[in-house]
Design a protein around this ligand. Sequence first.
Ligand code: ZN
Length: 162
Amino acid sequence: MLVPEVQCYSRAAMRCQMCHSVDTKVIDSRSAEEGRAIRRRRECLACNHRFTTFERASYQPLVRKRDGRLEPFSADKVRHGIEQALADRPVAAGTVEALVLEAESLFSPGTTVVSAGQIGDAVLAGLRAVDEVAYLRFVSVYREFSGAIDFEREMAALEERQ
Ligand SMILES: [Zn+2]
């Protein structure tokens, strides 16, 4: 069923701060805060008062990469890495999702920025407990996540145990 456009408009209207009219229009719109917000300049059609609004995601988990840049956290990206590491490995169903959840749990409304290294370490710790081969695969593919891990030493240690 079609909802009359005017109804949508009035429901989502941004009232003028001066005269409380709902007839305002956006006169300028640009991204702000490194693309994490949209700044809109509005003008009231009734009294011409101009004001600014910001639109932000209420909660956006971000990953700080090693070069310092921020990017949105992608559970799919983490899942893909874990799936690659666990390919053909005999692990219980649900292992991948459990590890993705572990990485996601680093975030909370109070902690919206987590370093790629922290995510890598969380996945590595989880993989190590589940499957050593997958753990080493992940280390070799995602070495940049954690510079602290000495891949050669880990490999040698695994070979010693076999
Ligand atoms: Zn107004």
